[in-house]
Design a protein around this ligand. Structure first.
Ligand SMILES: [Zn+2]
Length: 834
């Protein structure tokens, strides 16, 4: 479909270049009044002016062209396409014109468009803020506009607000005028030329840090009053990222200042509005002295991701929503690159391999999808904000970067950004730029990863590598898994020497490295690695000679082969025993997930064998690490300790660890790194009164991280009364931003999950109308764990087939298929682990 034939797109007979926006929000009545002046070019004479608007009450449009004003006599609204067409008596002539429209609207509670959010301040007073979230197409809920990424323009924002409230927008403040009636008008400089979905403003009782001068860019953290002590890490990450990306892209930061704003109710993780990035509270505000390393990495990751978007996304933008995947994939890739430079000791490329696994898990299902697909309506993109976009996209970009070489790849990116600054692109523009710089067949290779679903399994056998598609189970109908890929495969000999790069296609390729040989050397490949019998034997005794990322990859491949019934539990445990004594949270984390899943598959009377294996593998690690840090231990060690304790205190049923966890919980003596594991161990014991303590500590949490910890840990309780109470609170107590996610977690509990699912589905209509649209597929996250009861699985499948979630239904189908794969896996485990 061409842009011209797509009914969701506006034609280009009128093209905007500059908006002047005047808004007066009323936080008490949850309404706003507004007026917009838009400089446009009328390309051909016309009698009607069509732009996007929805949920707005519109006045007449006045179009001034060549000194003459034309006033519209009627407005035609189209709710399906979310447009307003202003009709005129005479032709509007060709030329430069100014369109002026007055309007008013509501500050909604849907966390999109111009919306209301609330929080309780440190003195216990409930406060209200007004804020925006326009991606994808919700700017049109705030002001009439050409609401498509390809209509780039400048925006000059003026907000009239109660005098005591703070106000922020994309650009620097240029004037602040007291109106003498308890109101003031705050005006901001015009932005650079950019898309409507990046416009933002925030009004409310906020405070801000002093501006940090980052090579001429003023950087501030903005937060609801009372959170100033939680801003240090975000400032440090923000300053680092601004310098890192200016350098990497070799283009200065494109805005005139950068505010990073914490919003109490926020449906996404964060949003890359140019100069005014908005965040969920725990993704920006943190107390490093009380947080876990994982929580700190999360803040660094989100901040760096959003700042990468200032160039890739904001300066250069996809032409239509079809290209959103590249926007997100690239920012995800850059966030890891930047974090790796920020804290090399965090080994974030190893951490990323666990995130890549989340994509590989979905992408090995027949209900996967190609990363890029045809997008007609903006709603079609709802399914695009998932693991395949972010993590698969980033992983294949990393694979390409390693194949081309980091410097060549960076030069290609610089070339692309310079060539398309302030403009729009399609995906192949990036491949073309990388080809121009590298002279490699980038487009051909990337097309096999982006335009078809799935991924290959690369086998090394008899001295050659070859490929086959990987799938978790046999197909029962349509499969979106492709058949063949162009794979950059790196191999290396453990006897030393350089890695060898092969571009593997349909024919096997000989590998000449000295055995033993490791596939996916240094770990950048987006595929599974399998070895023949001789090659496996050669490798088995050399796990300690792999690097950390290679070891993580071997364990995750092993888990995938076990879950897809291609190897036995014994074979998997042999791999696990090869992990040795390194403090490597990523492979140990995968192992912990695997034993938890095996445990779910086994009836209680059959679990003794597994408990023995878990203790045999994990207890030597606990003996080495203990409960408390030893002087000089590595930065990753506390995370390793947490995984070991969490596993032994639950699946491993270690009585001493369970008792010590309770003691520390009661004393509220939990360092950030151990807190999640302690809460998990405590919840699993279902002691009277603990649930109430969790809720109380959630309510009075001193930081967003602690609040989140207690909320998420509720999934650990196995008493039905408690689980159902927590589910009920998703409808009336917790913030709507968290509701779907928490229901997904609660329904993953091995004992009470099915009961929670029944309650949530009984209130389905209420859930899908009150929880944010973009979070709804999380409601079905728990069904992946319903792996023991085929009859119940049928009920679950029927319900979700009959209650589709629009653009997110693909994710639901994936959860259902994973449930089916899990049923097969669980039966195999029950047969093997007698
Ligand atoms: Zn992003």
């Amino acid at each position: 479909m061409t842009p011209e034939s797509n009914p969701y797109r506006l034609d280009r007979r009128v093209v905007p270049s500059a908006y002047r926006l005047f808004l007066t929000p009323n936080l008490d009545t949850a309404t706003f009044e507004g007026r917009v002046e838009i400089d446009v070019e009328i390309v051909e004479p016309l009698r009607e002016l069509k732009l996007n608007a929805i949920e707005l009450t519109l006045g007449a449009a006045t179009v001034t062209v060549a000194g003459t004003g034309h006033r519209s006599h009627d407005i035609v609204l189209d709710e399906a396409y979310e447009t307003a067409t202003f009709l005129f008596d005479t032709d509007l002539p060709r030329g430069n014109a100014v369109v002026e429209i007055a309007f008013d609207g509501i500050l909604n509670d849907q966390l999109r468009g111009f919306y209301r959010s609330t929080f309780t301040d440190p003195s216990g007073v409930k406060q209200t803020i007004a804020t925006t979230q326009f991606e994808n197409t919700d700017a049109r809920r705030c002001f009439p506009c050409w609401d498509e990424p390809a209509f780039k323009a400048t925006y000059q924002v003026n907000l009239t607000v109660p005098s005591q409230l703070a106000a922020y927008s994309n650009a620097a403040l240029i004037s602040d005028t007291d109106l003498g009636n308890g109101q003031r008008t705050v005006s901001f400089a015009p932005t650079m030329k950019m898309s409507t979905y990046l416009v933002a403003f925030v009004v409310g009782p906020f405070e801000e840090t002093a501006a940090l001068d980052v090579d001429g860019v003023p950087l501030r953290i903005v937060y609801p009053v009372g959170n100033g002590h939680l801003t240090e890490l975000a400032l440090e990450c923000g300053a680092f990222a601004l310098r890192f990306f200016s350098n990497y892209f070799d283009i200065p930061y494109p805005g005139d200042k950068l505010d990073m704003v914490a919003i109490p109710d926020f449906a996404q993780g964060a949003m890359e509005n140019l100069g005014c990035i908005t965040y969920r509270m725990p993704d920006l505000l943190i107390d490093p002295s009380k947080a876990s390393l994982g929580e700190m990495k999360r803040v660094a990751k989100v901040v760096m991701h959003e700042i990468a978007h200032m160039w890739f996304g904001d300066l250069v933008t996809m032409e239509w929503w079809q290209g959103i995947w590249l926007n997100e994939a690239f920012a995800t890739f850059m966030e890891v690159l930047c974090q790796d430079a920020f804290r090399p000791q965090w080994e974030v490329w190893v951490t990323f391999s666990a995130e890549r696994d989340l994509a590989l898990e979905i992408d090995g299902l027949h209900a996967t999808r190609p990363v890029e697909y045809t997008v007609v309506s903006p709603d079609d993109t709802r399914g695009m904000f998932d693991r395949l976009t972010y993590e698969k996209g980033a992983a294949v970009l990393r694979m390409m970067e390693q194949y081309l070489g980091a410097d060549v790849y960076r030069d290609g990116i610089r070339h692309y950004l310079r060539k398309h600054s302030y403009a729009n692109t399609i995906t192949t523009d990036l491949w073309d730029a990388l080809e121009e710089v590298s002279r490699e067949p980038v487009r051909d290779v990337m097309n096999t990863w982006i335009l078809q679903g799935g991924y290959p399994m690369v086998t090394l056998e008899n001295g050659a590598i070859s490929q086959l598609p990987f799938a978790y189970g046999p197909t029962t109908g349509d499969s979106a898994i492709g058949t063949s890929w162009k794979i950059p495969v790196m191999t290396r000999s453990l006897k030393g020497g350089v890695s060898t790069t092969h571009l593997l296609g349909d024919s096997p390729v000989p590998v000449t490295n000295d055995p033993p040989v490791v596939l996916n050397a240094r770990g950048p490949g987006y595929y599974r690695s399998r070895y023949g019998v001789a090659e496996t034997a050669a490798l088995a005794d050399h796990m300690d000679e792999l690097d950390a990322l290679e070891r993580a990859t071997v364990v995750s491949d092993g888990w995938a082969f076990l879950f897809s019934s291609q190897i036995s539990a014994d074979q998997f445990f042999t791999v696990a025993r090869g992990l040795g004594v390194q403090d490597e949270p990523t492979p140990w984390g995968t192992l912990a997930i695997a034993v938890n899943f095996i445990d779910r598959a086994l009836p209680r009377e059959q679990s003794a064998g597994l408990v023995a294996v878990v203790r045999d593998i994990f207890e030597p690690q606990f003996d080495r690490l203990g409960w408390d840090p030893s002087p000089g231990e590595g930065e990753l060690t506390p995370q390793m300790r947490s995984i070991v304790l969490g596993t032994l205190g639950t699946t491993g049923n270690n009585a001493d660890i369970k008792a010590e966890a309770v003691r520390r919980f009661e004393a509220n003596d939990m360092p950030g790194d151990l807190a999640n594991s302690i809460l998990r161990i405590v919840a699993a014991q279902d002691r009277p009164g603990d649930y109430e303590t969790f809720i109380d500590r959630y309510t009075n949490a001193p930081s967003p991280q602690e609040e989140q910890r207690y909320q998420r840990a509720l999934m650990g309780f196995s008493e039905e009364r408690v689980a159902l109470d927590a589910a009920d609170r998703c409808f009336n107590f917790f913030r709507s931003q968290d509701a779907s996610i928490l229901i997904g977690l609660l329904s993953s509990n091995a004992t009470t999950g099915p009961a929670v699912w029944k309650v949530a589905t009984a209130r389905w209509d209420q859930a899908i109308t009150t929880f944010p649209t973009n979070t709804l597929s999380y409601l079905t996250h728990g069904v992946r764990t319903f792996i023991n009861d085929p009859a119940f699985a049928d009920v679950v499948e029927t319900f979700h087939r009959d209650h589709p979630l629009g653009g997110e239904q693909k994710a639901v189908q994936q959860n259902l298929e994973r449930m089916r794969v899990g049923l097969t896996f669980a039966a195999a485990m029950r047969a093997q682990l007698q």
